[in-house]
Write a protein that binds this ligand. Structure first.
Ligand code: CA
Length: 228
């Protein structure tokens, strides 16, 4: 699953540098030059992470971060603040406004990419390209392979994303609507019973290995991926 990264930066040279590095790392970059165009993008589709410049014309990065944190739909988007300020007090303000991390300009692209990976790993593990293992199941986002006790399992693209999400969020219950948001993306207009169809396919694919029991139905609530 390729992470969509919204780049909110008004300085063209830095925007270009960000765009180049983010794309180079295999992420999808969405540029925005100010808070309002960022909001328009977010309204269209939720990004998986936002690189947010502090000093923007009009609404500042801090104000935008606060606004996103106050809204149910956008409150969980990971944010990395980008700023030229080095003052300790400002860093605290940045983190208090809801940013997950903070990076000061000028930054090394390598450091920035390491921060992006770290924040994604922490906040959206299904976006990370690290191999995940649960019980005898192993899933590799890079090679797109899944195996159960060493035996390859063929999965369709949706079942793959669903399993990746489950394996990175074990023991938690998700409603059908939450799974649609997380796995299909929000603003995708599919019916909730579509989730059941893909859960069924996923279980079928895991059946031979006995791993289908990991995908559990929680009556009245949704689904949970659990060892117990
Ligand atoms: Ca700026």
């Amino acid at each position: 699953m390729t992470a969509n990264i919204l780049l909110v930066e008004d300085e063209p040279a830095i925007q270009e540098l960000l765009l180049f590095n983010v794309t180079q790392c295999g992420y999808r970059a969405i540029p925005a030059v100010d808070a309002n165009s960022a909001l328009a993008q977010i309204n269209r589709a939720l990004p998986d992470l936002i690189l947010l410049d502090w000093m923007l014309p009009g609404m500042s990065g801090i104000e935008l971060a606060k606004r996103l944190r106050a809204d149910q739909r956008t409150r969980n988007i990971p944010i990395i603040m980008l700023t030229a300020r080095t003052d300790e007090r400002d860093k605290v303000l940045g983190l208090e406004s809801g940013a997950d991390d903070y990076i000061t300009k000028p930054f090394s692209p390598r450091e920035l990419m390491a921060r992006i990976r770290a924040v994604l790993r922490r906040r959206a593990p299904q976006m990370s390209d690290e191999v995940v293992r649960v019980e005898g199941l192993e899933l590799s986002p890079v090679t797109h392979r899944v195996s159960a006790n060493g035996t390859n399992i063929d999965l369709g693209p949706t079942e793959f994303r669903l399993l990746h999400f489950f394996m990175t969020h074990v023991e938690r219950v998700y409603s059908r609507a939450q799974l649609l948001d997380q796995v299909w993306g929000d603003h995708v207009f599919v019916e909730e019973r579509t989730v059941d169809v893909h859960i069924r396919r996923l279980r079928q694919a895991l059946e031979a290995s006995g791993m289908d029991s990991l995908v559990q139905t929680v009556r009245g609530s949704g689904y949970r991926f659990s060892r117990a």
